[in-house]
Design a protein around this ligand. Sequence first.
Ligand code: CO
Length: 143
Amino acid sequence: MQTTRKSPKKIAHIGIAVRNLEDTLPFYTEQLGLELEGVEEVESEQVKVAFLKIGETKIELLEPLSEASAIHKYLEKNGEGIHHIALEVDDIEARLKHLKENGVRLINEEPKIGAANAKIAFLHPKSSYGVLYELCQYEGSEA
Ligand code: CO
């Protein structure tokens, strides 16, 4: 198995599934004191997301917009809680190719456009020992 020695840049965010953003946000802003960066609807994923800044990283709260959303299915099965960890990279296509060649199952073999116009792709948790990882690459961060 080939190895990738280059580390991802950082944890871009931790994704948390919630039933209702409006109900959830005051806990994060008023109780934990985190700063809300913005709320955005991502049509392709059928989710509404809120980003809260915490140091070098973020917390991403995800509320499903419809029953077609993967977050809806997740909530039905598991309830609210930690959904995924996103790793920021600067070579998403090359990494996906590399992972695929090494037999790592991917949910997205090609990157798609997620929140903040980032290129994103999810690895299959069956291949990553139970953790759903998202790779994301922000514009202007080409390898
Ligand atoms: Co995410």
